[in-house]
Design a protein around this ligand. Structure first.
Ligand SMILES: [Fe+2]
Length: 415
């Protein structure tokens, strides 16, 4: 029974992760809504206007932008009865609002008086109602004429798509979070289940297949190298598996772009930390700190990371561990815009950037674990495959010595 539930939830989750690219997340929606409304007002010379989104359970319109009205609650909310939903959904064109049609189109139970509106353009995608644009007075109290209705009709189709896109992206986040919550409530959060989540997160990016799984592996091995207890180590594995969960809402095209990202594309990609944090913060995990890792795994010791520009002391050790595990995997994997680095080159680079960007203790623990693989007794400890360990133990010792020399500023301590 439980495994059936898990399977069903995972299927939904994978479908959602797949759908993500079609629902390009729209993080600045309120700002975009304001500029769309301003454009629309200019096109029809309106002095007052508001943009609403529609939700059907319960049926209501909620404002996302409003301009020009002297008295207007923000957000303004208008509950709708079935007859109002029907009237708005079946309108083919924008409608004039007068004393008679006002009652058919809106209820007066909300916190805004529908009598303020002179015209309404229902926003529809196909036959589905997604919102509405309402216009108030025009300059000199002129009435809206046929040509304004036509202009409004044309523009409102674009606005409808933008509103719909935004609603989908919101519900995607909610549903991913809901699935995680349900899974967490199924008594035990199985490693296997988390692995399936990790696989689903990476599904969009052909170059980083297995990235989240490897980050979980590296992070837990580093934790073990630091002497953390079993629960902390499995928490690190889970955090590694889920650190990029916010990527389910990032446009797929960005992952496989063979060139550097444009600034706005970079911002969308960088926002996976904030979106991911929103997704997991409502979930009760059996381990502490998962949400912190999801939000802060791109922070760096000198404060040069994102999204909050925190420095070394401001983030917890698990965050610093996953940050390093993530960097290490990024360096040693091929990307659409560059070749992968060798193991030795990646470790050298990390040592070079420590302590500026990374925690020296965490880096030392990683070197200890890689060294165990380099010595090569038994199954690999850190890397996925013993054959991947293309470095001699002596070279790792040299790096470890260089790092400790650098961190201790060349001072020699004696007992
Ligand atoms: Fe990330």
């Amino acid at each position: 029974m439980r495994s059936n539930n898990i399977r069903r939830l995972l299927q939904t989750f994978q479908a959602l992760a797949d759908l993500g690219p079609e629902m390009t997340a729209d993080r600045d929606f309120p700002q975009r809504a304001r500029s769309m409304l301003a454009l629309l007002m200019e096109a029809v010379a309106a002095q007052e206007a508001a943009l609403f989104t529609f939700t059907d359970k319960p049926a209501m319109l909620s404002s996302v932008a409003a301009q020009g009205f002297a008295l207007f609650a923000e957000p303004a909310v208008i509950p709708l009865l079935p007859k109002h939903v029907h009237a708005l959904s079946s309108a083919r064109m924008p409608q004039a609002v007068n004393a008679k049609s006002c009652e058919t189109l809106f209820s007066s139970n909300g916190n805004v008086a529908p009598e303020l509106f002179k015209c309404v353009a229902p926003l529809k995608v196909g036959s589905r109602l997604v919102g509405a644009v309402t216009l108030g007075r025009r300059e000199g109290d002129a009435l809206y004429a046929e040509e304004e209705f036509e202009a409004l009709h044309l523009l409102s189709q674009y606005v409808a798509l933008a509103v719909h896109n935004h609603t989908l992206s919101q519900s995607l986040q909610q549903r991913v979070s809901e699935n995680l919550r349900l899974l967490a409530s199924l008594h035990n959060f199985y490693d296997q289940t988390l692995e399936a989540f990790a696989t689903a997160i990476d599904v969009k990016d052909t170059h980083t297949r297995g990235h989240s799984l490897r980050v979980g592996r590296y992070a837990s091995a580093i934790g073990a190298g630091l002497g953390l207890d079993e629960t902390q180590v499995s928490g690190l594995r889970a955090a590694g598996f889920l650190h990029d969960i916010g990527k389910v809402t990032v446009d797929k095209a960005l992952f496989n772009k063979p060139a550097a990202l444009r600034p706005e594309e970079f911002r969308e990609m960088a926002d996976h930390t904030i979106i991911g944090h929103q997704i997991v913060s409502g979930v009760q995990f059996p381990w502490k700190g998962i949400a912190e890792v999801v939000r802060w795994h791109h922070e760096r010791s000198d404060g040069s990371g994102y999204p909050d520009h925190l420095s070394h002391d401001e983030v917890s050790e698990p965050v610093r561990i996953v940050a390093l595990a993530d960097t290490f995997d990024a360096m040693t994997s091929e990307r659409s815009y560059r070749q992968s680095m060798s193991l030795g080159a990646a470790l050298n680079e990390i040592v070079k950037l420590t302590p500026k960007l990374y925690d020296p203790n965490v880096v030392q623990a990683m070197l200890v674990q890689v060294r165990r693989d380099a010595v090569g007794r038994g199954k690999p400890n850190f890397l996925e495959d013993a054959g991947l360990c293309t470095i001699a133990p002596a070279d790792i010792d040299q790096m470890a010595a260089a790092l400790s020399h650098k961190v201790n500023h060349g001072r020699v301590y004696s007992a």
